[in-house]
Design a protein around this ligand. Structure first.
Ligand code: PAF
Length: 287
């Protein structure tokens, strides 16, 4: 079922998803899932393209998951526009969109059983956003249970999240192949994010410090710099600009997410900063 042959379906309940997926499987077709929180941009749509390359039927979930937001975070103001999302998903050939309510996803309220991550979640985002990854992994495990997809596609921009989801699928034998698609950037380098809409024109300009820092780190590495401390210092100085409040600048191993002493191909540079009231994250894998 592709955009050319069928209409995109919009469903709101888990039962509707199960019935739809059963029908797809009965016809011998494979299923890919692209989990999102909506307010789609080209980054999300690139995940759809990747899903389309790997499976016959492409489903997308759109759900702003309250469980992954801390009490002082932006759950209430997180941007939402389902009509616009549906149009974009339809335009990119998504076969089915699942847009549940919170009551549909959490019918018993706060789940009594959830996915508790280990050491991979302790640093960076996990340290700054306590409970965030428990919320992410729990909703993703639920989505995997509802869709039972062959493959699920996530964005590299949330590098730590993708590493944790991959590890969860493996550690819990969930039978889902986790794919990670490259970051999509604005022409000036800013990584695409639904939260970019919060930025004023002035903040938008300052936000370039993150991608600029990563570019500088990559250039240093390409020029032969292997001392991780020097790369960390370079990221830190790129973030030290007025109006940008750095949260972390890390040089880590791609699998363990532990800081390294020496950088090598595959090492990851990760940055996080607040620009005004907006938290931004970005990363680059050294090659
Ligand atoms: O990356 C996101 O948009 C969310 O964390 C995800 C994976 C859809 C879970 O709510």
């Amino acid at each position: 079922m592709s955009a050319a042959t069928a209409e995109m379906r919009l469903v709101h309940t888990r039962d509707e998803v199960r019935r739809a997926v059963r029908g797809v499987r009965a016809r011998g077709r494979t299923v890919a899932l692209v989990p999102t929180m909506g307010y789609l941009h080209e980054g999300h749509l690139s995940l759809v393209d990747r899903a389309r390359e790997t499976a016959d039927f492409v489903a997308m979930s759109i759900f702003v998951n309250p469980l992954q937001f801390g009490p002082t975070e932006d759950l209430a103001r997180y941007p939402r526009d389902l009509e616009r999302d549906l149009e974009m998903a339809r335009g990119r050939g998504v076969d089915l969109v699942f847009a549940p309510s919170a009551a549909e996803m959490y019918p018993h309220g706060e789940p009594q059983v959830s996915v508790i991550p280990g050491a991979l979640a302790e640093r960076m985002e996990g340290a700054i956003r306590p409970g965030h990854f428990r919320g992410v992994l729990t909703v993703v495990a639920k989505l995997f249970g509802i869709f039972q997809p062959d493959v699920a596609v996530f964005g590299q921009k949330d590098f730590q999240q993708a590493a944790l989801i991959r590890r969860m699928a493996d550690d819990l034998d969930l039978g889902v192949r986790v794919e990670v698609a490259p970051i999509v950037r604005e022409p000036d380098g800013l990584a695409m994010s639904s939260r970019n809409v919060y930025l004023s024109p002035d903040e938008r300009e300052r936000a370039r410090a993150l991608s600029r820092g990563l570019e500088r780190g990559r250039a240093l590495f390409a020029a032969g710099e292997r001392d991780a401390e020097a790369l960390r210092a370079s990221l830190g100085s790129a973030l030290a600009v007025p109006g940008v409040e750095a949260e972390y600048a890390e040089v880590v191993d791609a699998l363990t997410l532990e800081p390294v002493a020496r950088a090598a191909p595959g090492t990851v540079l990760l940055v996080a900063a607040r620009v005004g009231r907006t938290r931004l994250i970005d990363n680059a894998v050294l090659d």
